[in-house]
Design a protein around this ligand. Structure first.
Ligand SMILES: Cc1cc2nc3c(=O)[nH]c(=O)nc-3n(C[C@H](O)[C@H](O)[C@H](O)COP(=O)(O)O)c2cc1C
Length: 207
């Protein structure tokens, strides 16, 4: 990977909200990012349940399904296995400086908050934090327990951005896709990726 190439780590975990993750992946690839995609076992269950997309456990096979589903450039997407400790995302010497976990389960929040590094998602997040990169967690659970809130508070104090999967309605969504795009637009804004998915507050909103 050349220094000039835009690269990012994206993790899907087993919280509800698979369409957010898929749409974010689509937008990052369209923005010409090299995406390292990590998918937990529970995320595969959620993807099948919410989106009808059945991803095989084998990373190469999962990549083939995603490339066909998104009709994207295979060169831009790397799907990593949960024990792929030799992946670039596992080391501060090679990992992208930006990572998003979307959707992010309460379980993954806890594991990341406590530096468990027990699978590649947790390790990649730990690497981004220790390298002082940008980590965004798109957390989805309701209600939050005190433990969830404590874990998110701890991470927020370390500079991690906690973005609850809580779309607004002021853009008058007409479809689920509009709600998904609201969240994805906010994530892309935080990453510094140009987007025109939804009208911006105060610019296109006044009637
Ligand atoms: C369909 C489905 C929806 C789920 N939704 C949530 C959720 O919204 N938030 C959450 O924290 N866990 C949710 N879970 C439970 C997590 O998947 C479970 O705690 C899992 O261990 C998380 O593991 P992971 O973080 O490694 O993906 C859901 C599970 C399933 C099967």
């Amino acid at each position: 990977m050349s220094d000039k190439q835009k690269a990012i780590t994206l993790a899907f975990t087993g919280a509800s909200g698979a369409p957010y993750g898929l749409r974010l992946l689509e937008c990052l690839l369209a923005a010409d990012y090299q995406v390292y995609l990590l998918i937990s076992s529970a995320a595969r269950v959620v993807l099948a349940t919410e989106h009808g997309l059945k991803l095989p456990g084998n990373p190469d096979a999962a990549k083939a399904v995603l490339v066909e589903h998104l009709n994207c450039d295979p060169e831009k997407l790397t799907v990593c296995g949960k024990d792929d400790w030799f992946s670039p995302v596992a080391s501060g010497s090679a990992a992208p400086k930006q990572m998003v976990v979307c959707p992010c389960s309460a379980g993954s929040v806890a594991a990341i908050a406590h530096g468990m590094s027990d699978n590649l998602i947790e390790r990649a997040a730990d690497v981004v934090m220790k390298e002082r990169g940008q980590l965004l967690l798109v957390v989805r659970e309701t209600p939050f327990s005190t433990l969830h809130l404590e874990n998110m508070h701890k991470l927020s104090q370390m500079g991690v951005t906690i973005m609850p999967a809580a779309p607004g309605f002021y853009h008058q969504p007409q479809s689920i896709e509009d709600l998904v795009d609201f969240m994805v637009a906010r994530i892309l804004d935080h990453l510094g990726v140009a987007q025109g998915l939804v009208p911006r507050w105060g610019y296109d909103q006044r009637g």
